[in-house]
Design a protein around this ligand. Structure first.
Ligand SMILES: Nc1ncnc2c1ncn2[C@@H]1O[C@H](COP(=O)(O)OP(=O)(O)OP(=O)(O)O)[C@@H](O)[C@H]1O
Length: 643
């Protein structure tokens, strides 16, 4: 989304503050007053007559959950809904703000106070004084047109008395300190060449939000691919967990790199079964059962056996011992390097993404907007949402290579065939910036290739899939899921009931929690044939090209991925699928040649020579792989889209 980053401040009247506003004059001498609560309770609200810059004289009231103000002087025009030449020129003014929506309060000393932007009949509202002491309350408002898009709002209150202003600042600060989960210290990675090469500019735009909110930041501007991964793997737990989280200023690929750096040495879990665990003969579509014995492979240093093959891997061979205990000192740091384990850290250590990339699908799915300001606000306000992560184990890189398990993590999408070809092709045209995807996509589409492969996935019974949807209608029957029926879609949103359902309320064999022992045996279904593409969407993968995403009803934290198999089909039908994908409200999965399986794990074997996957927007070579989802494995500074 394009927006003018320099002009985002709204004043208390919902009008963008301009430089041309006239100074206002003051004759106010009012003292702060404490009003008793109902039934003689302790004074819960403080009221003072102050000036609200650009608005006029107001009574500001301090409530238990925020501030509210009421205009004192009613001028001849209506400030709330101003009419000029018969047209509404200003939206309804805000008259309150919750502390949960305030990220900073600043005392700004003595200075000019402005009268309302609009006509006041030439009258001075406050006598002869043009200057007062002032303090600014920094918060946000939801955009009138798109509620997921947050716009900075600043309310400047003014008073002749210094102590009055300082008292208000102290009171508001005390309330902000009570807001839970706000970060104090963050590690920030900036990818300067991300997207259109604007990573540094994007950080400069949002940095004042962090400094106003008094969030300390250690900023690392990367010089090369793989640097952020190296920092994340080589930083001790003790040092890393002295931060409240890590922020990526960049695209999906950059976030993926940081995520892999974090998880590769810290996440301990058994591998999913490998395709070579399937021993029964292949004969079209069939099913088989895998028994989970005691000989499970556990992700250890093996995850970095092929270090030389990816920029992500250099210097990454790090493995911490197990047996961590959950102890963080009062200042938030760990006592020793091995003190904080992943599941403990998950409660407070979060990831933030400030979008600066070419696609930014993860940001769009987790905040509902592709906007650096909105993302920065989610971070400083300490919002939290769980995110499913797929652990992808590559068993063989090429048909000839020997079996060597290597682990990568994906947060949004892993795709083969069309998706792998597009990413391979687009890498040749990085210099084009985000447009490379259109160019490469068109080229690959025109070739219309298909690929022979075999896919197996865990069968998840309908009632298990739907147990998270709080629907019992399909109980007892097992059928392939076709969620193209729009009326059945439950879209992931803020406070999503599906994602918030506790793991223990979810049936065994469906969503896997962290860590979650698999049932003793799982039934797998398999499908072999020619596919145009094989995609695994962990979240909806919404982006500007696909406004509803590949899977509109995928959830951020339900423990499932969506396996989308596009079987070989005529070129025109594939184009139809793509056009549905590009349409808001489209049905890209409602085709006979599209199989959609909601599952927790899958395996893949290529029967050709092509083995390039697209993993969160970056190429990944795998001839044979398997993947499993971990429910809410990490937490993000976000709250889900407001749809
Ligand atoms: N300083 C750097 N120079 C070159 N490449 C870098 C640098 N820092 C990080 N990278 C690599 O660039 C890759 C792409 O980064 P990023 O995702 O930010 O950009 P993008 O491709 O433009 O966006 P998207 O992935 O959303 O399409 C990452 O995998 C990362 O390893």
């Amino acid at each position: 989304m394009e927006r003018d980053e320099d002009n985002l401040l709204e004043d208390g009247n919902g009008i963008v503050v301009g430089e041309s506003s006239k100074p206002i004059q003051s004759n106010d001498n009012s003292e702060p007053q404490l009003h008793g609560g109902v039934d003689g309770e302790e004074a819960s609200c403080l009221s003072t007559t102050l000036f609200l810059d650009h608005v006029g004289q107001v009574i500001l009231t301090f409530n238990s959950d925020g501030l509210s103000w009421e205009k004192l002087h009613h001028s001849s025009f209506n400030l709330d809904e101003s009419i000029c030449l018969g047209r509404k020129v200003a939206p309804k003014a805000a008259t309150k703000i919750k502390f949960s929506d305030v990220y900073a309060v600043e005392f700004i000393d003595y200075g000019l106070v402005h009268e309302p932007n609009l006509l006041n009949g030439g009258r001075s509202l406050l006598g002869n004084d043009h200057e007062m002491y002032r303090f600014m309350v920094h918060g946000f408002q939801r955009s009138k047109t798109q509620s997921s898009l947050w716009v900075l709002a600043v309310y400047t209150f003014c008073h002749k008395d210094l102590q009055t202003c300082q008292m208000w600042v102290d009171r508001i600060n005390a309330s902000l300190n009570l807001e839970l989960g706000r970060p104090r210290n963050l590690l920030v990675f900036v990818h300067p060449r991300s997207g259109k090469g604007s990573g540094c500019r994007t950080w400069e735009t949002v940095e004042p939000i962090f400094s106003r909110a008094k969030v300390k930041t250690k900023v690392i501007v990367t010089q090369r691919a793989g640097q952020a991964l190296h920092v994340m793997t080589s930083t001790s737990n003790k040092e890393l967990y002295s931060y409240d989280g890590v922020v990526a200023v960049g695209g999906d690929g950059f976030f993926n790199e940081i995520l892999n750096g974090f998880l590769s040495s810290r996440h301990k879990a058994p591998y999913p079964p490998s395709p070579s665990d399937i021993t029964c003969p292949v004969d079209g579509n069939s099913s088989f059962v895998i028994h989970h014995g005691s000989s499970e492979t556990v992700a250890e240093t093996a995850s970095y056996q092929n270090e030389d093959q990816s920029p992500l891997l250099s210097g990454a061979r790090q493995q911490n011992g197990s047996g961590f205990s959950n102890s963080r000192t009062e200042d938030g740091s760990c006592n020793t390097d091995q003190d904080c384990d992943l599941s403990f850290a998950k409660d407070w250590f979060r990831f933030g993404i400030i979008p600066a990339g070419s696609t930014d699908a993860i940001v769009m799915c987790t905040t509902g907007a592709r906007d650096p300001i909105t993302s920065a606000l989610h971070i400083v306000l300490g919002n939290r949402v769980g995110l499913d992560i797929a652990q992808v184990v590559r068993w063989k890189t090429t048909p000839e290579s020997k079996v060597e398990p290597y682990v990568r993590y994906a947060a949004s999408f892993a795709g083969y065939g069309f998706y792998g070809d597009v990413i391979t092709e687009s890498e040749k045209f990085r210099w084009m910036g985000p447009k490379r995807y259109d160019y490469a996509g068109t080229k690959v589409f025109l070739k219309h290739r298909s690929y022979e492969a075999e896919v197996a996935y865990i069968e998840v019974k309908s009632e298990e899939k739907n147990s998270t949807l709080e629907r019992g209608r399909l109980s007892g029957r097992v059928r392939p899921l076709r969620s193209s029926n729009k009326s059945e879609r439950v879209i992931c949103r803020v406070n999503c009931t599906v994602c918030n359902k506790k793991a223990d309320e979810v049936s065994m064999g469906s969503a896997r929690s962290v860590p979650y022992p698999p049932p003793e045996e799982t039934r797998w279904l398999r499908s072999k044939g020619r596919y145009i593409s094989i995609g695994a969407a962990i979240i909806s993968c919404r982006n500007e090209k696909a406004p509803d995403g590949l899977v509109a009803d995928a959830h951020l934290s339900d423990g499932f991925l969506h396996l989308i198999l596009i079987k070989d089909c005529p070129h025109a039908l594939y184009l139809w699928h793509l056009t549905q994908l590009a349409r808001r409200g489209g049905s890209p999965l409602n085709f006979k040649f599209v199989e959609h399986h909601k599952t927790t794990a899958f395996m893949f074997t290529s029967y050709g020579t092509e083995s390039i996957w697209n993993m969160d927007g970056e190429p990944f070579q795998a001839h044979q792989l398997s993947a499993q989802v971990f429910r809410g494995l990490v937490s993000l500074f976000a709250s889900g889209p407001e749809v």
